[in-house]
Write a protein that binds this ligand. Structure first.
Ligand SMILES: [Zn+2]
Length: 215
């Protein structure tokens, strides 16, 4: 089978269909307005093939044809678009954690809190039942640290920050980039979706609680 035939079958895979539907639902939640956010799904590990959203796609109407198939070096094997500038961050995450999908959103609360709490390098979630939606968390008493890293337009620099962070905290469920958004992942597409939903929920709860205290 040629690379083209192989990759064409990848782009029409159920995983890409599922991921596109999830992204459209995230748009409806307000987590990926404009062309914000990017998403990747591991299609095969040997050889490594990653399905990834193309750059500058309106997430409200994203379809499988708006994905690319790339190899471990980020080389585009299939698809008509341009790789997102943040592709290197997806590869950095996949090098260090056991993930089958990496999802990145640009929500209001991720933007607000990652800016407001940047000097603390992260924030802690605790006491909320919804924490149990994170893989491996079994009680609302769990303390979940969500790190914040500095934003940069230099993706190799950002990738270095991500590698350092995940080497130090391999049990992380995600991280924030200051004034930018949330990265999270899961062993499966469904788990990555759930982690976005849980972390976005906890970010909004945290932000609303803080706003109430200020009022
Ligand atoms: Zn982004």
């Amino acid at each position: 089978m040629s690379i083209g035939e192989n990759a064409a079958s990848c782009l029409s895979s159920e995983s890409i269909e599922q991921c596109a539907a999830i992204i459209r639902s995230f748009y409806a939640h307000g987590w990926v307005f404009g062309t914000g956010g990017n998403f990747s799904v591991v299609l095969s590990r040997d050889p490594f093939r990653l399905g990834m959203t193309s750059s500058s796609i309106d997430k409200s109407a994203i379809l499988p044809e708006h994905f690319l198939v790339v190899d471990a070096a980020g080389k585009v094997l299939e698809g008509a678009g341009v790789p997102t500038a943040e592709a290197g961050l997806h590869h950095a995450v996949l090098e260090l954690v056991d993930a089958g999908a990496v999802f990145h959103t640009h929500s209001v609360w991720a933007t607000v809190l990652s800016s407001a709490l940047a000097s603390q390098n992260g924030l802690t979630f605790e006491g909320d039942e919804m924490l149990k939606g994170l893989h491996g968390v079994e009680s609302h008493t769990h303390r979940e640290w969500l790190p914040i890293i500095e934003n940069s337009q230099d993706i190799s620099e950002l990738g270095g920050s991500v590698r350092q962070l995940l080497a130090e905290r391999p049990d992380s469920h995600g991280f924030l980039i200051r004034g930018h958004g949330l990265y999270t992942w899961g062993r499966t597409i469904q788990e990555a979706k759930q982690h976005v939903e849980i972390l976005e929920f906890l970010l909004e709860v945290t932000g609303r609680r803080r706003a109430m205290l200020l009022a």
